[in-house]
Design a protein around this ligand. Sequence first.
Ligand SMILES: Cc1cc2nc3c(=O)[nH]c(=O)nc-3n(C[C@H](O)[C@H](O)[C@H](O)COP(=O)(O)OP(=O)(O)OC[C@H]3O[C@@H](n4cnc5c(N)ncnc54)[C@H](O)[C@@H]3O)c2cc1C
Length: 419
Amino acid sequence: MASTHDVVIVGAGHGGAQVAAALRQHGFTGSVTLVGDEPGLPYERPPLSKDYLSGETPFERLLIHPPAFWRDRDVEVRSGRRVIEVDPREHRVVCDDGSMIGYSHLVWAAGGAARTLSCPGHDLRGVYTVRTVADSDRIRAELPAVTRVVVIGGGYIGLEAAAVLGSAGKHVTVVEAQDRVLARVAGVQLARFYENEHRARGVGIRLGATVECLEGNDSRVAGVRLADGELLPCELVIVGIGIAPSVGPLLAAGAQDGGRVGGVAVDKSCHTTLPDVFAIGDCAAHRNHFADGELIRLESVQNANDQAAVVARTLCGEDAEYDAVPWFWSKQYDLRLQTAGLSSGHDQSVVRGDPATRRFSVVYLRDGVVVALDCVNAVKDYVQGKKLVTGRLWVDPATLADPAVALKDLTPSATAAPH
Ligand SMILES: Cc1cc2nc3c(=O)[nH]c(=O)nc-3n(C[C@H](O)[C@H](O)[C@H](O)COP(=O)(O)OP(=O)(O)OC[C@H]3O[C@@H](n4cnc5c(N)ncnc54)[C@H](O)[C@@H]3O)c2cc1C
């Protein structure tokens, strides 16, 4: 017999925790249950490739809220339990321990699982992804016996891990299949800047390099063989090649998928096509105002939190729609990157400031309109430039390039038509 709750949230990560917290903040008095397959309470994921991996920040500081927070707000956290089935007709979910939980409304906030390699040797010991605190713990436990590390994938997580391990004295090589790092998320100027920063600190960056296989000794990884035949000897491999959205039970229950971008399709209020079922965060494929209404998924804490707020407000009877400007941050060495907007599809980019000073911004334009910014150690540009992105403003590129002119003082030539 299933106990029934007003709101059942699947996934006790950033989005799930925020839905529960925001519901109470908005005065929701119904029963709220948060089901998560990881042990323990919701925690911050970004430090797993940054200051938690380096050992600077202890786990207690990663908790999104302390234990008393959930007790005081009467949010039941059922951890260590994986939802394996959704029954939309009966309005209930089934967990891997056989328990069933009935719901009036279901919020799917299950994020994604790190993609793994499929080449020979992918399952050797010493090969890791970084998605959970358990992953980060396993890597940290191995480090004392490790001299050489190969990071496969030059995205943010791979580069952050490379920065931490390189700073810890390991010999690190990043292998990236594209002709630059951060190819999926940033422009060429930013990519070249980070490549140079890593190389200057002794981290090897191999571009246009594909992995043929992983080689081992006694079932433990001993090297990464590239397609051109070169062997990169190592004792540890970190694979940072993206995630596969965790939406299996929802799709099996008949929810519409996200098509090309994967995940599960949601509308502006984060409803899936199943009755009374919402989805948020990394797994939610939504039409984004800042991507010209294209169906996309965003993998950022801010997106998970903003979509959580939309769902909480909707469940409290408000008309809420998701239209926040996307933003993201990354930390490598002493470089704090803040990004706003979406640079994909830009046709012009303008660099403000000199990258050699390690404080600069790249502003991306499409058809003359500011669509995104990447700001390195340039908080002012980030704060002021975000408004240019939100306002979809036409700005003279020559003025934009002058770092002496504050972004807040730029006179927009015009405003682009809203979508
Ligand atoms: C190493 C790392 C560094 C990052 N750095 C940054 C950063 O600097 N800035 C930034 O904005 N973002 C960063 N991100 C991305 C950010 O953490 C994610 O976008 C965010 O966590 C998404 O929140 P979510 O709620 O969608 O998913 P998650 O936080 O992943 O939570 C989903 C939870 O659901 C659980 N789950 C999955 N399936 C089930 C199931 N069937 N039943 C029960 N539970 C389930 C998962 O195990 C997980 O605990 C980083 C991510 C990683 C991994």
